[in-house]
Design a protein around this ligand. Structure first.
Ligand code: ARG
Length: 274
């Protein structure tokens, strides 16, 4: 099968350097507090991800890291923006709670809605501007509360499709599903409830399907600009799948961030201006 040339769309992102990165508590199955992390290597790998995005023509804003917030490098969790409106985060675990305020300050010039319900920003929300007139996909089951899905719909004025996650290894939506461009997604069906799998198959019949090994390699935790798909080096099979679908895989090595249970997408929040 041949594909039209996939066109990238220029993006604006927000990232936060892992200067204070450690694994000193365990709030997901990937975190092992007995294995030391190399924060200097984490910063080096993170910076290569940042320059990769910049070299592809995107703008990357950088949030100041805060000492004592080791997971702040996972900037995707701090908020979720659509059309210049921002739905703020409210973290599930107290260890990360203070991150929300740092992100809120960043969005001072935006139309910001403070959340009442627990939700972890782009960790559990994805936006497809070209599908169904603009649709939000939302995960629940481990971090974000279902009530936050309705709250996000009210805050952002876009339909929200609720999807239940069932595998603790894939505790955020962005560990199991990613937007490849404005209208299509890739996902690992086994991370979702039977009903959520049906919903995804109905809405996205052309989705690129991934398997458990792809998800375990954090191959779904990718950032795509519609053409270039930036993903973890370990995710070789996933790179073949996106290439077969007409996208251009771009590998970055993020071994240290995986120790905290995250990879490319977790480290990158997209800023969707109006
Ligand atoms: N240690 C972090 C946590 O468990 C990892 C967050 C990963 N972020 C993401 N967007 N999936 O909260």
């Amino acid at each position: 099968m041949s594909h039209m040339e996939r066109m990238p769309r220029v993006r604006t992102y927000l990232m936060c350097p892992p200067e204070h990165f450690t694994v000193e508590y365990a709030i997901n199955p990937w975190m092992d507090t007995t294995v030391p992390v190399d924060a200097a290597l984490a910063v080096k790998q993170w910076d290569l991800l940042r320059t990769t995005l910049v070299d592809l023509g995107h703008t990357v804003h950088v949030l100041d890291p805060v000492a004592g917030l080791p997971d702040m490098v996972y900037a995707a969790n701090g908020a979720f923006s659509v059309d210049g409106r921002v739905y703020g985060a409210r973290f599930r675990y107290p260890q990360r709670a203070a991150e929300a305020a740092a992100h809120r300050d960043f969005y001072a010039a935006w139309n910001f809605v403070a959340p009442e319900h627990v939700n972890e920003g782009e960790g559990d929300f994805a936006y497809l501007p070209g599908a169904y007139g603009g649709v939000i996909l939302a995960g629940h089951g481990f971090r974000t509360e279902p009530a936050a899905h309705a709250e996000a719909q009210e805050a952002l004025g876009r339909p929200v499709v609720s999807l239940r996650l069932v595998d603790p290894a894939f505790y955020h939506l962005d560990t199991a599903l990613a937007a490849l461009d404005d209208h299509n997604i890739t996902y690992y069906p086994g991370a979702f409830s039977q009903s959520a799998q049906r919903v995804l198959a109905q809405l996205f019949p052309d989705a690129v399907l991934a398997d458990r090994a792809d998800a375990e390699a954090f191959g779904l935790n990718l950032v795509s600009d519609g053409r270039n798909v930036i993903l973890n080096t370990e995710a070789t099979a996933m790179a073949h799948k996106v290439r077969a679908a007409g996208y251009e895989p771009v590998h970055v090595e993020l071994t240290e961030l995986k120790r905290g249970g995250g990879s490319v997408k977790c480290a990158v929040a997209e800023l969707r201006h109006a």
